[in-house]
Design a protein around this ligand. Sequence first.
Ligand code: HEM
Length: 539
Amino acid sequence: MSDDFKLSKGGANHQEPRGDDDVMTTAQGAPVADDQNWLTAGPRGPQLVEDQVAREKIFHFDHERIPERVVHARGYGVHGHFELKKAIPEYSRAAIFNEVGVKTPTFTRFSTVAGNKGSPDLARDVRGFATKFYTREGNWDLVGNNIPVFFIQDAIKFPDLIHAAKPAPDRGFPQAQTAHDNFWDFISLSPESMNMVMWIMSDRTIPRSFRFMEGFGVHTFRLVNEKGEAHFVKFHWKPRLGLQSVIWNEALKVNGMDPDFHRRDMWDAIEAGDFPQWDLGIQVFDEEFAEQFEFDVLDATKIIPEEQVPVEIIGTLTLDANVDNFFAETEQVAFCTQNIVPGIDFTEDPLLQGRNFSYLDTQLKRLGSPNFTHIPINAPKCPVRHFQQDGHMAMHNPKGRANYEPNSWGDTDKPNEGRGPRACPERGFTSYPADVGGPKVRVRSETFADHYSQARQFYVSQTPVEQTHMANALTFELSKVERMDIRKRMIGHLRHIDEGLAQEVADGIGLEQLPEKVPAAREPITDLPESPALSIVRN
Ligand code: HEM
């Protein structure tokens, strides 16, 4: 194993001051005699622009802020490692899935979605669960959530969803923990979000801490083995501590008393040596299953129930070190669904494909340069060689004369010197040759049209207490919506999911008559079996 592929976080990730001299210097390294008094013309005179020490100090301070993430702005990052317990060469050629016992360094960032960087931790919101695996074949990012489904099927709707969820443009409120008309207006006009709505109204969106949450890759990905054979896969994180949530009243109190509750919990646990662990599970299935399954496996608003395809545990993530510097690591880390390694591949999931574009794009704006992979927290821990060069803040450029290919440097008198890296068909990433032909259209496949069956399956799989929490959450949220037509439209959706739930919420918000059902693109399957794995309370 190369020295680069090491577990220690010290120095490798933290952008530390250089040198061990304790004399303060300017950013140019010149020793500073006084950094508390600006040079003035006389003791009571005006400040002099000449003062290079003061000017540099203020200049740098003025530019400390970078844009917060457009979503998932509030987050908390932790170092750790992933250890493979079970090799899966039959499914994937990726080294990370074949070297049992090897500890791959990781960085995980937990987050809320809608709130800004300073918002409270206990908001009712989806939690991000993003992990960067620094594998010896490059970085693999599993950029997931604590909920296995998503609001929308197509990435083109993402800006609308997020605009509706964030504070309204005119009034600038509310934040994530209170309901609002824009959000429920969008949701009630987007039947595909109904499964996710059931999940966000459940206790899953008010976790007790990050340590008690599941995580999901959400999309169906592909695993590809040495022979080039592919299987579909869903990724799951199972917390060793089990699943726990708070109830809404507790969430409100915690938010008031300690808005940093979740990040403090993680920091304290790690400082105490109480390292949280998650098992990585996979659900693997083939084309044949995919075709017979009730739903389209490319539709990110659907799960594959664990009762139908059991989750197979293959390894463990241990989070064992807090960051040395929040900005350098947690703020500058850049996850991207596009970061995969040989043996893992995408599918044609239209949400995943859009994400692959979006993250890189936003990170250029957020971090300011295409060279953000040179920042230690984003840099792979394996050899990195290519002909990309220059740009703002370039830390690594091609060595020697050759910065293009094909080139013939080194071919003659000094083989292997000076020609730079070469693509390697044997070891390199090759896309799975999925058959994807077809006419150009802007129509979602009919196989994505059932929006209620799994929403119902989720609801009926909850314990009675959990169901009550959901009804209470819906009642609370919809009671905050001012427009009656939006409230009624939501009840019109709930009637497809469960008539009892629809009635309970309608009563709760004071509707005298149950509104009409919203016309359904496809009638729900009402006899899907219960899926106990969907409940937090698993006896
Ligand atoms: C950020 C998850 C859908 C765009 C994030 C983060 C997570 C996440 C966990 C935070 C990463 C971090 O900690 O830095 C998901 C999941 C999705 C989803 C699970 C659906 C399955 C989308 C879609 C888009 C999108 C459809 C756009 C089309 C973004 C952007 C960021 C982000 C722009 C900010 C990235 C940055 O500034 O570094 N997402 N997301 N996401 N997501 Fe998503």
